[in-house]
Design a protein. Structure first.
Length: 159
């Protein structure tokens, strides 16, 4: 078996994608953060001391997507042609759902950028709300869909 991320000396390397075909690629990722009822109320009323939590998390998620190659060692620095996040406040289950869609046209996938976007958005929500309650739980971070590239379309099948 040949490992793709090791050089001839067994050391880590970044894979050469220069021979890969340029394709349009999209990735959609999901994450959530469970919060207290008080935090939900403060977010809904824009009453958090640090400001508009979801607006700041929106920008943080986009910035996270753009900085993925700085955070994940073997990720390529790729051109991002679009990035968006959607937040849904679930008052019944006391959680905020985060969905990111990130796009590129290139030689390597964009999944890590979409996953990083939801992760950074969730961490930002935690940071902005921790003065109210530190019992928040970030979870369910997962890839929902990806298109493009040699492997084609992936769509998560829910259990």
């Amino acid at each position: 078996m040949t490992f793709t991320h090791f050089n001839d000396e067994g050391k880590a390397k970044m894979v050469d994608v220069s021979d890969k075909k340029m394709t349009d690629r999209t990735a959609v990722a999901y994450g959530e953060i469970h919060v207290s009822k008080e935090i939900i109320e403060k977010i809904n009323n824009n009453d958090m001391k640090k400001g508009d939590v979801l607006s700041v998390a929106q920008i943080a998620g986009i910035m996270g997507a753009k900085k993925t190659s700085d955070l994940i060692p073997m990720c390529h620095n790729i051109f991002i042609s679009g990035a968006d996040l959607i937040f849904s406040v679930d008052e019944v289950n006391s959680k905020i759902e985060i969905k990111s869609t990130v796009k590129t046209s290139g030689q390597t996938g964009i999944e890590m950028e979409a996953l990083t976007a939801v992760s950074v958005a969730a961490l930002t929500i935690y940071d902005m709300c921790k003065a109210v309650d530190k019992n928040m739980v970030i979870g369910e971070i997962k890839l929902l869909k990806k298109t493009g590239g040699k492997s084609g379309v992936f769509e998560r099948k829910e259990d």
